[in-house]
Design a binder for this molecule. Structure first.
Ligand code: MLT
Length: 266
């Protein structure tokens, strides 16, 4: 589906009926990373998976940084467009940073939060410098440098070696993206504020999910993040790295489903 929202043309996949689940993808991917969740959860929920600003089939505005807050505004514009007061917000990695920005700015629009393979902290100096370096490289050489740099870190070593179809699918998502979208989001990621102080203020149920072999946002940090949220649940996904929803989708779906049953179903 497609609509003009918040100054951009937004594309999203939508299927099913019931409590709305909004799935926010990671960097530098697209809503296509949520394929296994769209199939599974659309049986009992209304699943809405947008391409975030500058990714997939969603446009961006030239020379505008895609801050986490601006992307959160896009998502709330989508909720308004769909006439949804509240939704369960599920975000993976960058999607998790956006979910926290959305909760900070629009807590009344969030029914529950699911933070997957993500963290609350801002970038340190080294990570920020790495983002600006990547921006220069994408300007010079295009998206293939991003795929080369990121792919091995996105997956558990075992997935990277043995789930070649999944790795190729993710490489394709990265390579097909608009380099301008990757550049705008990299700057937004570099400049995102620390959300740690927000965690104890979260008043909705939250599930933190992390792949056991996540090298980008490891389980210990994820557990500590979860424990700062008053109403928290925590799940470690075995045989999975940073893209836990794709690498072990069965286990991921079970963890999310049991959280939804315990918190959102009437
Ligand atoms: C992601 O998967 O969204 C990225 O790894 C997030 C990041 O670079 O911090």
């Amino acid at each position: 589906m497609k609509a003009s929202l918040n100054g951009i043309e937004m594309f999203w996949m939508e299927e099913g009926r019931g409590t709305p689940l909004v799935l926010l993808h990671g960097f530098p991917l697209s809503c296509a990373m949520w394929g296994p969740q769209l199939v599974h959860f659309s049986r009992n929920y209304r699943v809405i998976a947008p391409d975030l600003r500058g990714f997939g089939k969603t446009s961006l505005q030239p020379d505008q940084i895609s801050t986490m807050e601006l992307i959160a505004d896009d998502i709330v514009a989508l909720l308004d467009h769909l006439k949804l007061e509240r939704a369960v917000i599920v975000g993976l990695s960058m999607g998790g940073y956006i979910a926290l920005a959305l909760y900070r700015k629009y807590p009344e629009r969030v029914q529950a939060l699911v933070l997957c393979d993500t963290k609350a902290e801002a970038d340190n100096e080294e990570a920020r410098a790495g983002r600006y370096n990547l921006i220069e490289e994408v300007r010079e050489k295009g998206n293939s440098v991003v795929a080369e740099a990121m792919l091995p870190r996105l997956f558990a070593p075992n997935t990277y070696r043995h789930q070649q179809e999944t790795v190729a699918q993710v490489a394709g998502l990265i390579e097909r993206n608009n380099p301008a979208g990757i550049i705008a989001a990299s700057a937004g990621l570099a400049e995102r504020p620390d959300s740690s102080g927000l965690l104890p203020e979260i008043k909705v149920p939250a599930l933190v999910i992390v792949g056991k072999d996540d090298a980008v946002t490891p389980p210990e940090g994820a557990r500590q993040m979860a424990q700062q949220i008053p109403d928290w649940q925590f799940s470690i996904i075995p045989n999975a790295g940073h893209l836990s929803n794709l690498e072990n989708s069965n286990f991921f779906n079970q963890a999310l489903e049991s959280f939804l049953r315990s918190t959102c179903d009437d």
